[in-house]
Design a protein around this ligand. Structure first.
Ligand code: ZN
Length: 274
């Protein structure tokens, strides 16, 4: 091998090493950017209509039927920002049953939920089937989520909704020990499909309007299965709110109550003005 050949070999080896290093740096930078982007908002946003902009800062609570819109499994960057945009534009308070692992991933969205006047409530850490858990696991699901929500919002949640609405003795004992009102259910008296079944906008408006009697807690979602539904389905929310208002319905939030709610499967909670 001549000196020139060797020099060419060294040069191509150097070129190869520089290229390799460059690729490594780029992929490291890429993964770093990916980590920083976890909270990036990827879904639709809602633009207030002229009628929305004409609403007073708070819409007074008329003495008509009062319902609570409740959103489970969030927060998610795909759906929660749109829901919050609509609720803000239409001056509607809501109740969010948040899932601990999603709270850990998107604390800024949790701060926004709290800052915009909604009720922050507990839905467990990772949506387990509570009857399968040991008492210790049940307590960890509830306690860990409540601690994180308290740390992020500065307010200790008082409400818990079981994943799938499925209670367990171990879960009930943990709720009693932790001082939470648990087993907050919902009203679903019709056979109409829910939002997680992706039935589309018209069907969802029909579902929300059908279930909206006085004191009804309406089951909706801002993460989980609804992320897989066509994004246009979210149009149901502004439409349902406008239609309910036109019927004289007002919007409240869920609060603990010593009286069990017959409308909501015996939930130890009531719909109160915010
Ligand atoms: Zn759920």
């Amino acid at each position: 091998m001549s000196f020139d050949d060797r020099r060419r070999n060294v040069r191509s080896l150097l070129f190869f090493l520089v290229a390799l290093l460059g690729t490594a740096v780029l992929s490291f930078a890429g993964s770093f950017a990916g980590a920083a982007d976890r909270g990036e908002l990827t879904g639709r946003r809602y633009t207030p209509t002229p009628a929305d902009r004409a609403l007073p800062p708070t819409v007074s609570s008329a003495p008509g039927p009062r319902v609570a819109l409740t959103f489970d499994d969030g927060p998610s960057p795909q759906v929660t920002p749109y829901i919050l945009d609509v609720l803000a534009a239409k001056r509607v308070p809501a109740t969010f049953f948040l899932q601990g692992e999603h709270v850990a991933d998107h604390p800024d969205l949790v701060r926004r939920v709290a800052a915009e006047g909604h009720v922050v409530a507990n839905h467990g850490w990772d949506h387990p089937w509570f009857p399968d858990l040991t008492p210790q696991e049940a307590e960890s699901q509830i306690g860990r989520t409540n601690d994180l929500l308290t740390e992020i919002t500065g307010v200790r949640p008082t409400l818990f909704r079981y994943p799938f609405g499925q209670p367990s003795p171990g879960g009930d004992a943990a709720l009693a020990r932790l001082g939470l009102t648990g087993g907050v259910h919902w009203k679903w008296a019709s056979s109409k499909p829910g939002d997680f079944q992706c039935p589309g906008t018209d069907a969802l408006v029909d579902y929300v309007l059908t279930e909206s009697v006085d004191q009804a807690m309406i089951l909706l979602h801002d993460a989980g299965d609804v992320i897989g539904c066509p994004p246009e389905q979210l149009d149901y929310l502004p439409r349902a709110i406008d239609a309910l208002r036109a019927r004289g319905v007002t919007f409240g939030v869920v609060a603990p109550s010593p009286v069990r709610s017959a409308v909501n499967s015996g939930s130890p909670a009531a719909v109160v003005p915010r």
